[in-house]
Design a protein around this ligand. Structure first.
Ligand SMILES: NC(=O)c1ccc[n+]([C@@H]2O[C@H](COP(=O)([O-])OP(=O)(O)OC[C@H]3O[C@@H](n4cnc5c(N)ncnc54)[C@H](OP(=O)(O)O)[C@@H]3O)[C@@H](O)[C@H]2O)c1
Length: 291
């Protein structure tokens, strides 16, 4: 009689700081067969709420000795809380050898979890290059997304398995470059929202209500993004700077001076970069204005 091999038991996970990312990742990992055993928050009521979203796990507080039963700690707290939480966990729990601690912060390296590494844990970070405004959106968009991974080999192995299970793409970022890597994400995500809000403000002054402006902006931005992905930056660039239509640019600057002076310096900075991209040199008066 052939004896079937016992399936390998997956290591148990504790999600620490179950906010937007923690809840979404907890539910996704659980759905992919990774056992989320604990959901840990500073307020037990928040941990209980999160277990409902995740669909399982035991709600416990940060000082609970039960946590020694977890093998992987996924820290999804705010960035500033990572170092103190790592120090607190290292001080209150024992038996870290062979365990893994991962965080999801894009700007800080794994080394922020050094107190856990000192106790014998493998530390790492896995950062989704994605925007998660609430857990429900995270459940959708943390699949098939791109993840930056760095840290100790054992931690990278866990992170890579998770990313594969979520049909994502894993890539490495050197720890000392994480802040620059995060600035790259910042440059295209929260700034984009801010630009769209300012654009809505200008459109309102032209008599276009927000309920029209929002889908209208979403459409042009979606098209722009699609063109960028397909054609690259130079191929996708349109508008008066790409055409060398200097009279229009002078007109924009005058109109912005009256309607939204706060937007003018942003317009000028972006225009400088755009002209470099378009390989165009503006006439003298504009060059002086751009400084
Ligand atoms: N949201 C995104 O788009 C996104 C994308 C990529 C990566 N990330 C990264 O993922 C991590 C989590 O982000 P998030 O957007 O999910 O944040 P979030 O929704 O604000 O959740 C943060 C969680 O951390 C907890 N927390 C904060 N300070 C704490 C402390 N001193 N002690 C214990 N728990 C504490 C909060 O608990 P309370 O409820 O008690 O305050 C909350 O549960 C961050 O490192 C962030 O940089 C976020």
């Amino acid at each position: 009689m052939m004896r079937g091999r016992k399936p390998k038991k997956e290591p148990t996970i504790a999600v620490v700081g179950p906010g937007r990312v923690g809840q979404a990742m907890g539910k996704l990992l659980r759905g992919s067969g990774f056992p989320v055993r604990f959901v840990v928050a500073r307020r037990i009521a928040a941990a209980r709420r999160a277990t409902k979203c995740i669909g399982g796990g035991r709600a416990v507080s940060l000082d609970s000795a039960e946590l020694e039963g977890a093998q992987i700690f996924l820290l999804t707290t705010s960035d500033a809380a990572l170092a103190p939480i790592a120090a607190r966990l290292a001080g209150t729990l024992s038996g870290w050898k062979g365990k893994v601690a991962l965080h999801t912060c894009g700007s800080l390296p794994a080394a922020v979890l050094a107190p856990l590494q000192k106790q014998g844990a493998a530390i790492g970070s896995l950062h989704p290059f994605q925007t998660i405004p609430n857990p429900a959106e995270g459940l959708r968009n943390l699949r098939n997304c791109f993840w930056a991974i760095e840290g100790d080999a054992a931690a990278r192995r866990v992170a890579t398995r998770w990313v594969r299970a979520l049909d994502g793409v894993a890539f490495a970022v050197p720890p000392e470059k994480k802040i620059l890597y995060h600035a790259a994400a910042f440059l295209v995500c929260p700034t984009e929202i801010t630009l769209m809000e300012r654009s809505t403000f200008l459109l309102r002054q032209c008599g276009i209500p927000e309920k029209v402006a929002r889908p209208m902006l979403a459409q042009i931005v979606t098209e722009t993004v699609r063109n960028f992905a397909k054609l690259g930056a130079q191929g996708a660039l349109t508008g008066p700077a790409a055409r060398g239509d200097w009279a229009i640019i002078r007109g924009h600057m005058r109109a912005l001076e009256r309607a939204a002076p706060d937007v003018r310096p942003v317009y000028k900075s972006l225009l400088r970069a755009m002209l470099r991209l378009a390989r165009r040199r503006p006439p003298r008066d504009l060059e002086r204005m751009l400084g």
